[in-house]
Design a protein around this ligand. Structure first.
Ligand SMILES: NC(=O)c1ccc[n+]([C@@H]2O[C@H](COP(=O)([O-])OP(=O)(O)OC[C@H]3O[C@@H](n4cnc5c(N)ncnc54)[C@H](OP(=O)(O)O)[C@@H]3O)[C@@H](O)[C@H]2O)c1
Length: 249
């Protein structure tokens, strides 16, 4: 018996990295999963790899019509939803002088507006007892030069989890965030960072973290499984920090 038997999960950013490993982990535990991402090709490839218990929906979290279509397609295929992982995100890194309005909007539109409206548009099809998980970041309480926009979006995610936990509790819905430390994914390719700049950040974090290694996507998926399952039934409004101790020590 799996921990997620008969559950339906929607994972934005489920076509890559942390989201994709989480999708596979949920399926291994008995769930059926909808993955959502911008890149039609990788959405289709990932859905094929995940197999018959997965479908892929292409779209952009910063586009409200795409999120409405995600809700419609999900309901048509699988009915109501038990687990919603608002995970799609990327990072824009630059000194404050180099950031223009379009860059600011791009970062906040995907990471904050995207997560907010993902929850709003999927809410009508969430079951009582559903678990909503927002992907934050261990950077939410840190300050590192050039990270102003990205770090602020993740602090906003932490705030959103607290408030939505209060607001949705009467509907029997739990809302938590999960904050990864550093993980090698396609994150670097989805930012304006060069590969060696991202590696520099990885090295800085792993040197500072007591566990002295980068996290794996499976380390994160284990946390997403915990927050999705009844094992976390008395948790809401909380943040699960999985960062090798970087932000805590
Ligand atoms: N890797 C890390 O060190 C780290 C640390 C802390 C937090 N995080 C967070 O973890 C989450 C997942 O990142 P990852 O590390 O797994 O990186 P990733 O491999 O680049 O995955 C990011 C996912 O988000 C999707 N995405 C980005 N913008 C989108 C948009 N506008 N609409 C729909 N989907 C969009 C991407 O889909 P497409 O490829 O189709 O665009 C991709 O599936 C992000 O929220 C990130 O901020 C990562």
């Amino acid at each position: 018996m799996g921990k997620l038997d008969n559950k339906v999960a929607v994972i934005t950013g489920g076509n890559s990295g942390i989201g994709l490993t989480t999708a596979q982990t949920y399926i291994n535990e008995g769930a059926r999963v909808v993955i959502f991402g911008r890149n039609a090709q990788t959405v289709e490839q990932a859905a094929t790899t995940l197999g018959e218990n997965a479908i892929g929906v292409q779209g952009d979290v910063s586009n409200i019509a795409d999120l409405e279509r995600l809700a419609k397609d999900t309901e048509r295929h699988f009915g109501k939803v038990d687990i919603l992982v608002a995970n799609a995100g990327l990072g824009v890194f630059a000194p404050i002088e180099m950031i223009d309005e379009a860059g600011y909007d791009h970062q906040f539109d995907i990471n904050v507006k995207g997560a907010f409206f993902t929850v709003q548009k999927l809410l009508p099809i969430l079951n009582e007892g559903a678990s909503v998980i927002l992907t934050g970041s261990a950077v939410q309480d840190k300050g590192v030069a050039t990270g102003s926009l990205y770090f602020a979006t993740k602090a906003a995610i932490r705030s959103l989890a607290r408030t939505l936990a209060a607001e949705l509790a009467p509907k029997g819905i739990r809302v938590n965030s999960l904050s990864p430390g550093i993980v090698r994914t396609h994150f670097a390719g989805n930012t304006n960072l060069e590969e060696d700049q991202f590696e520099g950040f990885v090295n800085m974090v792993t040197e500072q973290a007591p566990l002295a290694r980068a996290g794996t996507t499976q380390d994160m998926a284990n946390g997403f499984l915990f927050l999705a399952s009844n094992d976390s039934s008395y948790m809401t409004g909380a943040d699960l920090l999985i960062d090798g101790g970087w932000a805590s020590v």
